[in-house]
Design a protein around this ligand. Structure first.
Ligand code: ADP
Ligand code: MN
Ligand code: MN
Ligand code: MN
Length: 356
């Protein structure tokens, strides 16, 4: 085994200038992360200097078999924490050979929204709290849960410590450091209310980079759980009953909200979000109706309500923001399996571009 890990960790930089680039993309389900590797002649730091590539879209549910080629456009580069050295991870999006974004390419539209001059002027920041559940591979039951049974009720697990309360911390911490190494703006982690459930936060990140960073952080977590033999779940409600679901609270601010008197701008933005509640819910993740029940620190899916320090609201404003009369707010509705390109760009479209 050690000869094998020696080879995996082999530093090839003394023998060649070549590097390995792992191209990452989102597959046909909208949640499956795919990747493949290629050799490049030397280090690259600008995505526009990277070659386009292609894949078999008929194997990812993204193209018919008789016209299967999908083209990958490199969009963002991160350092590769698995191969290290000058090796890189490359977040890509997908196009037809004619150059049109394929239907599952949500980044294309988001990038357009974020390059609008009114949006650029507002420098939108996002802080995304990605919750997820670790699942025992063989029995498809959360990590740390007795097989065929349940752990004690919720209460001791949130931010908990100890062998009977925290399950999978090695994965969580390995992921934290791997993200920092990669250049992801990861801002923290914590154990969640349901045992076996965890959270990491990405942000504040500006514009389209929030989506790129969340997707690559998800990719790194898939790779680490793969090594650990644990299954990663983004299901919004992995266990029915008196167990918390998994969300992706999206914290948001614009330049005007962060400036003096910004609370007024925040209130206007929240009012607009309320008017488009239905549209947002439709785009905020599949199966979210199982999570947004009005219980377990959520608001009911069919009613929009906001409040200061209210964790049972759709949108929450922090005490600090109220006190400072400026800051940011939290959209608590997105589920853990949401697409961050869709959610971030939609929030910006509704709050900045929409003029009712
Ligand atoms: P919660 O109290 O809801 O658990 P977290 O601390 O988990 O919140 O996450 C809050 C996220 O919001 C962090 O990623 C943080 O970096 C981000 N954030 C902080 N300030 C802002 C801001 N002005 N605009 C957008 N996001 C912000
Ligand atoms: Mn949080
Ligand atoms: Mn949380
Ligand atoms: Mn939150």
């Amino acid at each position: 085994m050690s000869a094998l890990s020696d080879l995996i960790n082999l530093d090839v930089s003394g023998s060649t200038d070549k590097i390995i680039a792992e191209y990452i993309w989102i597959g046909g389900s909208g949640m499956d992360l795919r990747s493949k590797a290629r050799t490049l002649p030397g280090p690259v730091s600008d995505p526009s200097k990277l070659p386009k590539w292609n894949y078999d879209g008929s194997s990812t549910g993204q193209a018919p078999g008789d016209d299967s080629e999908v083209i990958l456009y490199p969009q963002a580069i991160f350092k590769d924490p698995f191969r290290r050295g000058n090796n890189i991870l490359v977040m890509c999006d997908s196009y037809t050979p004619q150059g049109d974004p394929i239907p599952t390419n949500k980044r294309y539209h988001a990038a357009k929204v974020f390059s609008h001059s009114d949006v650029l002027a507002e420098e939108p920041w996002f802080g995304i709290e990605q919750e997820y559940t670790l699942i025992q591979k063989e029995v498809k039951w959360p990590l740390g849960w007795p097989i065929g049974g349940y752990p004690g009720p919720q209460g001791p697990y949130y931010c908990g410590t100890g062998a009977d309360k925290a399950f999978g911390r090695d994965i969580v911490d390995a992921h934290y450091k791997a993200c920092l190494y990669a250049g992801i703006n990861i801002s923290g982690t914590n154990g969640e209310v349901m045992p076996g459930q965890w959270e990491f936060q990405v942000g504040p990140s500006i514009g389209i980079s929030a989506g790129d960073q969340v997707w690559v952080a998800r990719y790194i977590l898939e790779r680490i759980t793969e090594m650990a033999g644990v299954v990663l779940s983004f299901d919004p409600k992995p266990v029915e009953g008196d167990w918390n679901g998994a969300g992706a609270h999206t914290n948001y601010s614009t330049k005007s909200m962060r400036s003096d008197g910004g609370y007024e701008v925040i209130k206007k933005a929240i009012e607009k979000l309320g008017k488009k509640h239905k549209e947002h819910i439709l785009a905020y993740g599949e199966g979210n109706e199982r999570r947004l029940t009005g219980k377990h620190e959520t608001a009911d899916i069919s009613n929009f309500k906001w409040g200061v320090a209210n964790r049972g609201a759709s949108v929450r404003v922090g005490r600090e923001t109220e006190k400072a009369n400026k800051g940011y707010f939290e959209d608590r509705r997105p589920s853990s399996n949401m697409d961050p390109y869709t959610v971030t760009s939609m929030i910006v479209e509704t709050t900045i571009l929409w003029k009712p």
